[in-house]
Design a binder for this molecule. Structure first.
Ligand SMILES: [Zn+2]
Length: 297
């Protein structure tokens, strides 16, 4: 009898795991908030931002579940991030402080997924706060533009990069964009050849930063723009990060190139108000998305 109960329990457990990891019939997405920043005046996040408003930016991973592939667009912060972060200087630990850590893999496992259920990781770029969960997925391939990986490996330093994440055994797959323009961007990659998930290059914040257009069956369209801007306010007003922040932290690899990309996204935002622009860290925009284990399709 005991054995029967144990077997039944095991079967139920297995059943829920299979269900969670089943391939969906159609595209669906869910946001996983892996941490919040400790908070700062909005004026720190965007030029012309308000001093009286406190922003608590988020560190998300986006789970993209497509019948032909399941991937994370960014990982957010992971299980080893406290350890990695402790090696930063006192000033950087203050400037980049985060709280409410809840790594993507913890959230996935609570819902019955395993690391192996993720087919690949597609980081918007290779900064610590977007790739901090990488060690939790040691066997998962990572798709990147070669220029992004090259910059990170040759010039990547703390605190922006965690160099140890970029070494060691890992399958780095080359993203190959074609010369097919998409939404005003010169080069693009239609990930599964169905116009639902389209990658474009947004180099500037880092070399090889990419953005992701998501076209859901519901008709809702979203554009995940990485760190081109930290806030939607920056996109709406075409304003870069404040100069004093740029000066202290050297945030962008190529500030002019980032300003150019921001201008392009600003125009798109004006021309297509139904396209939801999603700056990775904007907590107000994040509230408009389904949060894992809820999905939007
Ligand atoms: Zn970031």
């Amino acid at each position: 009898m005991k054995r029967l109960i144990a077997l039944t329990f095991f079967a139920l457990l297995l059943g829920s795991t299979i269900q969670a990891a089943e391939r969906p019939q159609h595209l669906r997405i869910a946001l996983l908030i892996t941490a919040h920043s400790a908070g700062s005046p909005e004026a720190f996040t965007v030029s012309g931002g308000r001093w009286s408003i406190e922003r608590k930016l988020v560190h998300p991973a986006l789970l993209v579940d497509h019948p032909q592939g399941r991937f994370l667009f960014d990982t957010g912060l992971g299980r080893e991030i406290d350890h990695a972060f402790a090696a930063n200087s006192w000033l950087n630990r203050k400037l980049l402080a985060y709280e409410q850590l809840d790594p993507a893999l913890d959230q996935l496992e609570r819902a019955g997924y395993q690391a192996g259920d993720i087919d690949f990781i597609l980081p918007s770029h290779l900064h610590w706060d977007h790739l901090g969960g990488l060690p939790d997925f040691p066997d998962t391939p990572v798709k990147v533009l070669p220029s992004g990986l090259q910059e990170a490996r040759e010039h990547g330093q703390r605190p922006a990069f965690l160099p140890e994440h970029l070494q060691g055994p890992r399958e780095w797959q080359r993203l190959q964009l074609s010369d097919t323009p998409y939404m005003g961007f010169a080069r693009s990659l239609d990930l599964f050849d169905d116009q639902r998930l389209v990658v474009v290059e947004l180099s500037g914040h880092t070399a090889g930063q990419v953005g992701l257009f998501v076209n859901l069956d519901s008709g809702r369209r979203l554009f995940f723009i990485g760190d081109t801007s930290w806030t939607l306010r920056g996109v709406a007003q075409n304003r870069s990060r404040p100069l004093f922040v740029q000066w202290v932290a050297h945030v962008d690899s190529d500030r002019e190139a980032n300003a150019h990309v921001l201008q392009q996204i600003h125009q798109l935002h004006q021309q297509q108000p139904d396209l939801l622009i999603v700056p990775a860290h904007d907590e107000e925009v994040a509230r408009q998305l389904a949060h894992f284990p809820q999905f939007e399709d």
